[in-house]
Design a protein around this ligand. Structure first.
Ligand code: ACO
Length: 375
């Protein structure tokens, strides 16, 4: 029999050790490899953060140059992957398109089934490089536009917005999007990363592990919450309805999307930064309506239930101001989280033991067998 008592949702259960990411849920602090995400968001690029998550240290200038070159050289999709994106029904849920395309990309990866550390590192580079291309290409194809080829002179953040819109982004959008990518890059053993590690723990290939993670991120209790926040703003309608709408929803025991967290007992530090970015992009657009509405939602929920915003409350409004369609917010989350998923998968391979917990059996134990003729 299992020795430990069952914890619903594995709450506070420590399932592995990891050097990658630390969350102090009481203090509201998020740390990648020892560095506060607040410092990283101020001073580094997404590319530096990916390097840090994978290698444990920030890159030197030379290392960063070599790394960004390898990312930009690997952005193009294999022809069958692009063909698949063009063949999907236009009403395909974008996360389903992403999950299917990533799975197919694994079949065409030049390293095939080779699972050495070197091959897995090359595959991780291709995944981080190509997922933005998949998300942008599917968005264009489903709206009747031709995909835009990646521009190797642009950063990951700039290039994604460029491939999505077909024009170079404004400097403020490139900077804010880069910061959003950093903030979403990793988050310890969240549900999708746990899926990735469980899958990798069987020593299957990295594409299989990442495909599991994408399916897990899709759910509205996880990565899907940022889309749900924008649907909530649409449902609220006029700005002055905000507080009353939220109070009515809470009275009906509805969960308010973008609030609550299994680990944070205070405001998610990513939400604090995204609130500032939401204001910046709103001011730039000359329209702070969403920013004001989200602040009203925040005040109302905090006052009534003392439940704090999480990363998803403000990210949607930031993306929407950049012209990113609401139903690709979760794939955009995956563009960033691919960094963390791959870091955790590489760590899992490095020190692997298959992840195989027990269940507390709650069914009957000694039933008398009855043959089929007598049932
Ligand atoms: N709105 C209203 N009440 C809430 C909310 C919320 N968003 N979140 C938690 N609560 C309440 C619950 O109703 C529950 O109250 P009760 O004890 O009176 O029944 C209590 O707080 C604990 O909530 P649980 O759902 O049990 O907490 P859990 O740790 O299992 O879930 C989760 C965490 C899934 C994030 C939850 O807070 C939630 O559903 N939030 C809304 C969805 C969301 O924003 N998800 C994004 C999370 S961040 C990310 O994944 C990227």
């Amino acid at each position: 029999m299992p020795e430990q008592a069952f914890k619903a949702g594995l709450e506070d259960v420590v399932a592995n050790t990891s050097d990658i990411c630390f969350i102090d849920g009481q203090e509201g602090r998020l740390v990648y490899r020892g560095y506060s995400v607040a410092d990283l968001a101020e001073t580094t690029s997404f590319e530096e953060v990916v390097y840090l998550l994978w290698n444990g240290d920030l890159p030197t200038r030379g290392q960063l140059l070599e790394f960004t070159r390898s990312l930009s050289a690997n952005r193009a999709l294999a022809r069958p992957v692009m063909d698949l994106l063009g063949s999907l029904p236009t009403d395909t849920v974008p996360m389903d398109a992403l999950r299917t395309a990533v799975s197919l990309a694994g079949i065409y990866d030049p390293d095939g089934q080779e699972n050495t550390p070197e091959a897995n590192h090359r595959k991780a580079v291709r995944l981080v490089a190509q997922v933005p291309t998949i998300v942008a290409a599917f968005q264009r194809l489903r709206t009747g536009k031709a995909p835009v080829a990646p521009d190797p002179t642009l950063s990951q953040a700039e290039n994604f917005l460029y491939m999505l819109h077909g024009s170079r982004p404004k400097a403020i959008h490139a900077r804010v999007f880069d910061t959003a990518l950093i903030l979403h890059a990793d988050h310890e053993l969240n549900a999708s990363t746990f899926s990735a590690r469980v899958t990798a723990g069987t020593l299957t290939d990295i594409y299989s592990a990442v495909t599991s993670a994408i399916g897990t991120l899709k759910g509205p209790l996880h990565g899907g919450a940022n889309e749900a926040v924008m649907h909530m703003l649409e449902a609220i309608g006029p700005e002055e309805n905000t507080s009353a709408w939220v109070q009515a929803a809470m009275a009906q025991k509805q969960k308010i999307m973008g609030f609550g967290h299994r680990v944070y007992k205070t405001e998610d530090p990513r939400a604090v930064i995204l609130r500032r970015l939401s204001k910046e992009v709103g001011e730039d657009a000359g329209d702070l309506k969403w920013y004001r509405m989200l602040n009203d939602v925040r005040e109302t929920v905090l006052h009534a239930k003392k439940i704090y915003p999480n990363v998803d409350l403000y990210s949607g409004s930031v993306y929407a101001e950049m012209g990113i369609p609401v139903d690709i917010f979760t794939p955009v989350f995956a563009v960033s989280r691919m960094a963390g998923w791959t870091a955790h998968i590489l760590e899992q391979y490095h020190n692997n033991r298959i992840i195989r917990p027990r269940a507390e059996y709650t069914g009957p134990t000694h039933r008398t067998f009855v043959s089929i003729d007598q049932r």
